[in-house]
Design a binder for this molecule. Sequence first.
Ligand SMILES: [Zn+2]
Length: 481
Amino acid sequence: MPMRMTFHGAAREVTGSCYLVESAGLRFLVDCGMFQGGKAAEIKNRHMPSFDPEAIDFVLLTHAHIDHSGLIPRLVNLGFRGPVYCTSATADLLHVMWPDSAFILEKEAEWRNYAKHKRRGELKGEAAPLYTVAQAQAALKRLERIDYDQDFRPHARVRACFRDAGHILGAAIAEVWLQDGERTVKLVFSGDLGMPGRPLMNDPAPVEEADYLLVESTYGNRSHKSYEATLHEFVGALNETLVHKKGNVIIPSFAVGRTQEILFLLTEFIREGRIPTHTAIFVDSPMATEATEITLRHRAELDVDGRELLAWTRGNGGGPYIRFTESVEDSMALNKISQGAVIISASGMCDAGRVKHHLKFNLPRPECSVIIAGFQAQGTLGRKLVDGARGVKIFKEWVPVRAGIYTLGGLSAHADRDALLAWLGRFKQPPRTVFVVHGEEETAIGFADAVRKRFDWPVEVPVAGAVYVLEGGKARFEGIP
Ligand SMILES: [Zn+2]
C-alpha cells in the first residue's frame, strides 16, 4: 500500500486538527483536536474518530490548545492503546485543560438531560458527554514528554523531532522522517505558528526542508496591526480609565497564553512608568492561575525579554501588585473595589466563568472599561460588546452597557500572512507538496495562492476527509472515502 495522508479536521476550517498518516501497516495521527463552534461542530465531534482508534500506533501532539488536543481522551476511551508524544510544557498544560474540558462536557450533558427531562417528564436516551473527567484523567497517563530539538523514535520506522513553534507555551512544529520501503520521506507539520517579535514566546524555529509540508493559515489573508500601535492603544485605555475616569478595567482573557502575555505587558508598562505604579492587578480565573504557574515553571523556554522581566519583578520587592484570587468569595470581593483595579478573568469570549460577574458589576458604570484583546466568535457575549450593544443579558438580567469598550486588534498568538510567508521562505528547496490547513476556506485558498505566487510550489488546500497518496513527486488526491 502506498503512503497516504487523510485530513480528518482543520481542512478548510480552523478547528478539529487531525491528520492520519498510513504507510505499510503503520498508522499514526498528528493532533486529534476538537471541532469548535456551535451545533455543526458538536455533530462532527460525535462522529470522531471516523477510523479505528485501536489501529493507531501513536499520536504526535503539537500543542495543548483544545482544537488540537481535545479529542484525544475520547480516542483513548474508544480503544486507542498507544502513547501520545508532546513537549513537557504541553503535558503540564493538559493536566489542567483536559479535566477542565471534560468537566464542561459533563455539565453540558447534564444540563441537556435535565432540559429533556423537564420537557418530556421522563429520561430517555440520555446524552452522554464526549468524555468524562475520569476518562480525561486516564488519557493523561498516555503522555510521553519529549524536549524540543531532541530526536525520538516513536516507531522502528519513524524518527521525529519537535521544534519551538513560538505559539503558546510548549507549542511545537513536528518534523517526521518515515522509512517507507527503500526511501525516507520527511513530513513537516507546522502546528500553529506564533507571530515573531512578540514578548514571552520565541520566534517560530525555521525549518529548511520537507518532502510534504502542512502549514497553518489562520491569518493567512491579513496583516496584524502593528504591535507598537496596539500597545499604545492599550496604555491609552488603561490611563483613561484608571487615572482620568477613576474606574476599573476588565480584561476578558483566555487562561492559557493570553493571560500571561497581558500580565507581562502590564508589568512592563509599570516598569516603564507608562501606567501608575500602584495599579492593582487581579487574575481571577483558577485555570489562568494554574497556566501562569506552569509558565513560570517552564521559564527557561521563554524568550530573553520574558526572562529579564521576571528577574526584574522578583528583584523589585515583589514587583507590581498582582494577586491571584482563588475562592469564589475572593472573586466576589473584587466587586467591592470601585476603582484602580485591572481584573483579568476568563472566559476569553465572556461566555462563561467568573468574568460574567465582573461584567455585570462594571458594565453599567461609565467610569469603567472593558478591554477586549482576543478573537470573539459570532454569537458570544464578547462579540456583542465589540459590536457596540447598548445592553446585554447576563445571568438572565438586562445589563446596560455604559462602560467604555476597547478592542485591541494587534495581539494574536498566530503569525500573519507575511510572517507565514517568511517562515516558508526559510526552506532551502521546494517541498513536493505544501498542504494549506487550519484556516477558514476563503483564507486558506487565498494563502495557497500567495504561496504559489511567491514560491511557485505545488500547493493543495485539502477538503475535510480528503485522502492523498504521497508517492514519488507531488501528492496525488485519491478521493474522499
Ligand atoms: Zn493553537
